[in-house]
Design a protein around this ligand. Structure first.
Ligand code: CA
Length: 258
């Protein structure tokens, strides 16, 4: 009996020993692997390309910090330009975020930024990535009174007088008076001479309650025009802050539709 107990015990201890060794062995290997895995991304992260690999979380965190610090300055373009542009271009390439082919507006969804400036746009705007209406970013528009955000829209071919344009924008009220933003269009011929008077179109369906609304209206081209200056405007002398996104100007479908 004693002998049987002793051998059973030995056998058991023997097996335990192997198991313990085996697990510690694996663990050691895993630790080494883990250490190697950990080390690799850190090494990559110092290179410029790694920003794109790092994914949305880090880049959005960086950007929102950049937004606040450069909010008031319109001349801070140069210093932080490289990193933020790299992040944006990788976001903008993801599916569904490119502008519709019939949209005459460039960078319509405020996805492309060069430093603190939105590509193709002028005016008092900064990038925001917190709850945009469409894709990765929107523009925060701070009007000190009758402020405007503007872009030159060149038509692929001159548009005849009487052509209907359909315009939409997404806007969210942030602070200030509650008046909806509006579209103002100034038309020019191919020689750069003004065509007709300013065409002002209010944004329909807007409420100043902090939610996103998408609305717009139609404008009639007053005469043969090669381009227009599109202004998204605050129509009040009091300060107003909006966020804006997904701007559309396109030739309205002829009849049939609406
Ligand atoms: Ca957007």
């Amino acid at each position: 009996m004693r002998w049987a107990w002793a051998s059973a015990l030995l056998l058991w201890v023997g097996c335990r020993g192997e198991q313990v060794e085996a697990t510690t062995g694996d663990a050691a290997v895993q630790d080494v692997d883990a250490a190697v895995d950990d080390a690799a991304p850190e090494a990559e992260a110092s290179s410029a390309d790694a920003a794109a690999d790092a994914g949305a979380d880090t880049s959005t965190a960086d950007t929102s910090i950049a937004d606040t610090s450069t909010a008031d300055s319109s001349t801070a373009d140069t210093s932080t330009a490289d990193t933020s542009t790299a992040d944006t271009s990788s976001d903008a390439d993801t599916g569904g975020c490119t502008d519709a082919p019939d949209n005459l507006v460039s960078n319509a969804s405020f996805e492309a930024w060069s430093g603190a400036s939105a590509v193709s746009w002028l005016g008092p705007i900064t990038r925001t990535t917190i709850g945009p209406y469409h894709c990765a970013s929107a523009a925060r528009f701070v009007s000190e009174g009758y402020g405007d955000v503007r872009q030159e829209v060149v038509f692929p071919a001159p548009l005849a007088g009487g052509t209907e344009l359909e315009m939409t924008m997404a806007a969210r009220w942030v602070s200030g008076v509650s008046r909806a933003p509006a579209f103002n269009l100034y038309f020019y011929d191919s020689a750069g001479a003004p065509v007709g008077a300013l065409v002002a179109v209010p944004m329909t369906g807007f409420k100043a309650d902090g939610n996103w609304y998408e609305g717009g209206g139609r404008a009639t081209v007053p005469g043969l025009a090669a381009k227009a200056f599109l202004h998204l405007v605050s129509e009040r002398p009091e300060p107003q802050t909006f966020e804006i996104d997904k701007i559309t100007v396109r030739v309205a479908p002829k009849d049939g539709g609406s």
